[in-house]
Write a protein that binds this ligand. Structure first.
Ligand code: ADP
Ligand code: MG
Length: 479
């Protein structure tokens, strides 16, 4: 009887002996997280079966502790020792086959993959707590303004945008998985990644979509790691997602634990055909401080760059914003802003907002002068050319075949007056000089004359197409 009981309980003893060794070889944290929850199930012909909470768990063990497991198990059971995993099945959960990795001598059978945390369709047990998350519904954390409708198409974003639309048709079902969007700051990565999420939610409302930025993911993970057993909840939660949008993944640089955790979530989701959308300020090949295995995963799908928009796209972006905000602004001002802020859409929009605020607060009309004043303040790397008033004078006089001496003379001939005004206008636009300096240098006039000149030229540009064409032609020389 005693003998029989011992036989019956032997798997527990064997596993307990293994744990003794394992405990001495890994950190207490790892032990608590990855080994304490394991339950030995049976021992049969040198095959020890252990039960793990999720398929992810099994993967994690395989990836990180397989050598340790092999050594300890062989010590207990000899060279023929084998390990088998069984995943705790949640009642009523759909039972999917989990492909065995088969990369070790230890035997892995197909493991049923319970849809983690799901009891009945839609019912979620134990979601990882994000403030604002309800039990049955996961708030995708998407900003409704960041939709495709508001995302202006241009040469700079055509590929990324159309790949995004394709993914939204069939998330997880295209070759674009993961979809890796990279590009400099302020070029629309977050906007586009969210637009894909919004589109997916519209087309496939049943899909669980989640947007999270890398810093938040990391904070959640660290919080989970310090609280006992919460890492499992964290993992459960992320394994439920159908479309995971992880923004600014470059923030994971040198965060090895977060990277490892993300690596496993990535594998788990990717293997079950879930869509991953990642953004970064660098291309995968240029990301520093990232694990090679993670980088190689990024290259599995499509990696595409968002580039800086060209002038027409910048103008269209501003117009769209103005239209959405219900404001009217002179076209020249829009063009002026768009031609001066080239490399960052966020900055472009920011300047527009400041301009509106300035004009409202100070009851000033929105003019190019006000805009250039703003730019002087806002744009650190001022795009204004280092052109002098004399150079402008030379170019304008050359263009209209007028002798520069006439500009300085007292003549009030109409064509000379207008040439002076154009020089003043362009000097205001393309130099940092004050109105009085410009006036003094262009025919010895005072600042009110320059102000009047700027207004006259602007009006002419707005009303006279041929005149506008001349000015554009002249401006090319300074751009
Ligand atoms: P990133 O994440 O690359 O730093 P964002 O997505 O935050 O950039 O974009 C910065 C701002 O520029 C956002 O307000 C966004 O709506 C806007 N933006 C960028 N590209 C476009 C575009 N093509 N059309 C409309 N708005 C854009
Ligand atoms: Mg962003």
């Amino acid at each position: 009887m005693e003998q029989h009981k011992n036989e019956f309980e032997r798997h527990k003893q064997v596993w307990a002996n293994c744990l003794q060794i394992i405990k001495d070889n890994i950190s207490p944290d790892n032990y608590r997280t990855w080994f304490a929850p394991i339950v030995p199930v049976r021992l049969h012909d040198n095959v020890l079966t252990i039960e793990v909470p999720t398929a992810f768990f099994y993967e994690y063990l395989e990836e990180n502790f397989i050598d340790l497991l092999r050594v300890t198990l062989r010590r207990e059971l000899g060279i023929a020792a084998k390990l088998e995993y069984s995943v705790r099945v949640v009642t009523g959960a759909p039972s999917l086959k989990y492909p065995a990795q088969n990369k070790t001598e230890l035997r892995n059978r197909n493991i049923p993959y319970p849809n983690p945390g799901m009891r009945n369709a839609g019912e979620i047990i134990n979601p990882f707590a994000i403030p604002g998350l309800k039990k049955l519904e996961i708030d995708p954390q998407l900003n409704p303004n960041y939709n495709f409708g508001n995302f202006i198409e241009g040469e700079c974003n055509r590929l990324v945008r159309s790949a995004g639309l394709t993914i939204a048709q069939d998330p997880g079902g295209t070759a674009f998985n993961p979809f890796f969007i990279h590009g400099n700051s302020g070029l629309g990565k977050t906007h586009l990644a969210q637009a894909i999420g919004i589109d997916i939610k519209e087309k496939h409302p049943e899909k669980i979509v989640l947007y999270v930025d890398a810093n938040r993911f990391q904070t959640q993970y660290i919080d989970a790691a310090i609280k006992k057993n919460n890492v499992q909840d964290f993992l459960y939660f992320y394994q439920m997602i159908d479309v995971l949008i992880l923004d600014d993944i470059h923030e994971f640089a040198s965060q090895t634990k977060t990277q490892a955790t993300f690596f496993h979530i990535f594998n788990c989701l990717h293997q079950s055909g879930k869509q991953l959308i990642l953004t970064s300020d660098k291309a995968p090949a240029e990301l520093q401080g990232m694990e090679e295995r993670l980088l190689s995963r990024f290259k599995w799908g499509l990696s595409a760059e968002l580039k800086a928009p060209d002038l027409n796209t910048r103008i269209a972006i501003l117009k769209n914003k103005i239209y959405n905000d219900g404001i009217v602004i002179n076209e020249r001002v829009i063009e002026y802003l768009a031609s001066n802020i080239k490399n960052n859409v966020r900055e472009l929009e920011g300047t527009l907002v400041s301009l509106l605020a300035q004009s409202t607060l100070n009851k000033k009309e929105i003019t190019i002068e006000l805009a250039s004043e703003m730019l002087g303040k806002l744009v650190v790397d001022s795009p204004k050319r280092k052109v002098t008033i004399q150079e402008i004078q030379k170019v304008v006089c050359g263009y209209f075949s007028i002798s520069p001496d006439l500009i300085a003379s007292k003549t009030r001939k109409r064509e000379i007056v207008q040439t002076r005004q154009i020089i003043m206008y362009l000097s205001k636009l393309y130099t940092e000089y004050s109105l009085s300096t410009i006036g003094a240098q262009v025919g010895g006039k005072d600042h009110t004359t320059v102000l009047h000149a700027c207004k006259t030229i602007r009006d002419l540009i707005d009303t006279n197409k041929a005149f506008k064409a001349h000015i554009k032609e002249l401006e090319k020389q300074f751009n």
